[in-house]
Design a protein around this ligand. Structure first.
Ligand code: FMN
Length: 365
């Protein structure tokens, strides 16, 4: 009998190996990092420990070529693991050293992270605690808008990583965004390749697989969840999804768009760090969040979303934000042993990677 999906979210802080080697510490920290969100819960990351330094790599075998042909969202998700690892290290009293894209000859090596020295650092307990409580909550939210202070904190969380966050709270602009989302649904569902890609990532409400989206995440009960992939693969549900997403979005008190001023791998990593920080900030403030990426993934809709914001930059993520009407169940994750083993890492680090590792190893934050 396999463990329930929830088990991986149950981490005992007391298991932190104080006094352990850097490899032991990083191995423990990875338990938090793997809880990062990812498109279709594909978890497109792999990790490698080398001489007390964590190498975070893109696992492009887990890419979603239809919805994410440039691996933009893939890099966003991997960067969220970097944020969680860094936050957890800080929580346990480290001054981590982090270098993004340390080797321009190795685009899959997204970050190197060294635990760094230990010292009395005022890490954010609130954000750390939020790691194991954050969920994508796709249910309707209460008709109560987040306060100006809460929205300002979300803006601050994005800005801390060189990204921006624009809240949308006016009903007419929320309605306009809902129209874009509905357009995205109709356009996407028409494509059999999109439906096949999604179908491959839909999983039953319990079972052996530790990646993919369980039926319960979309309110599908246990007996029906195993049938969902068949339905999704063969039926264009675009009209029904568009109607339901439009209604859900229109009834949401706030949307938030996270974006960047450029649109290239380093910007996607900054967007991912910002995303993770924003989601944890929202969770700490008891706010629920969920993603509506179709208005950004469909190429012709993305500039229309930017226009709606009145912003010349690049929207990277579109979130619903509000107070939850019900709790969401945690989604499964591949455990640390799986993402550390089974990796396709380069065994010989290039000289650039080695000098980045030396730099982060000596870093004091
Ligand atoms: C870049 C990115 C895009 C996503 N887009 C969507 C989306 O369009 N719709 C959706 O329901 N969830 C979306 N998600 C959420 C994932 O499905 C979710 O993170 C994953 O299933 C794991 O569940 P959790 O967030 O509850 O841990 C996205 C996540 C990321 C990181």
């Amino acid at each position: 009998m396999s463990e329930p999906y929830e088990a991986v979210w149950d981490i005992d802080e007391l298991d932190y190996p104080a006094g352990g080697t850097n490899d032991e510490i990083l191995r423990f920290i990875l338990r938090y990092a793997v809880l990062a969100p990812s498109g279709h819960n594909g978890q497109p990351w792999s990790f490698h420990l080398e001489d007390g330094v964590l190498h975070v790599r893109a696992d492009r075998t887990r890419a979603l070529p239809t919805v994410d042909p440039d691996d933009r969202e893939l890099l966003i998700a991997c960067a969220a693991t970097v944020h969680l690892a860094t936050l957890a290290l800080e929580h346990f009293g480290h001054y981590p050293g982090v270098r993004l894209l340390p080797d321009d000859t190795d685009p899959d090596l997204l970050a190197v992270i060294a635990p760094g020295a230990r010292g009395p650092m005022p890490a954010s307990r609130e954000l750390f605690d939020a790691i194991v409580h954050r969920r994508s909550n796709r249910a309707p939210y209460l008709d109560v808008p987040p306060s100006d202070e809460e929205l300002a904190r979300l803006r601050g969380a994005a800005a801390a990583h060189g990204a921006w966050l624009h809240p949308i709270t006016e009903p007419d602009r929320i309605a306009a965004a809902a129209d874009l989302i509905a357009d995205g649904d109709r356009i996407r569902w028409r494509e059999p390749v999109f439906r096949a890609e999604l179908a491959r990532r839909l999983i039953p409400n319990r079972g052996e697989r530790r990646d993919g989206i369980p039926g319960y995440a979309f309110g599908v009960p246990g007996v029906l969840a195993p049938l969902a992939p068949l339905l999704v693969r063969h039926v264009d549900l675009g009209r029904a999804c568009a109607a339901s997403d439009r209604k859900l979005t229109q009834a949401t008190p706030a949307l938030a768009v996270i974006g960047t001023d450029t649109d290239e791998p380093i910007a996607w990593l900054h967007a991912g760090l910002a995303l993770s920080h924003v989601l944890l900030r929202a969770t700490a403030d008891q706010l629920a969040t969920s993603f509506m990426s179709q208005a950004i993934e469909v190429p012709e809709l993305r500039p229309r979303l930017a226009e709606l914001l009145g912003h010349s930059g690049y929207p990277q993520l579109l979130l619903r934000v509000g107070y939850p009407t019900r709790d969401a169940r945690p989604a499964p994750r591949r455990d640390v042993a799986t993402v550390l083993a089974g990796t396709s890492v380069r065994t010989v680090a290039t000289s650039r990677a080695r000098s980045a590792v030396r730099a982060v190893s000596g870093s004091r934050g």
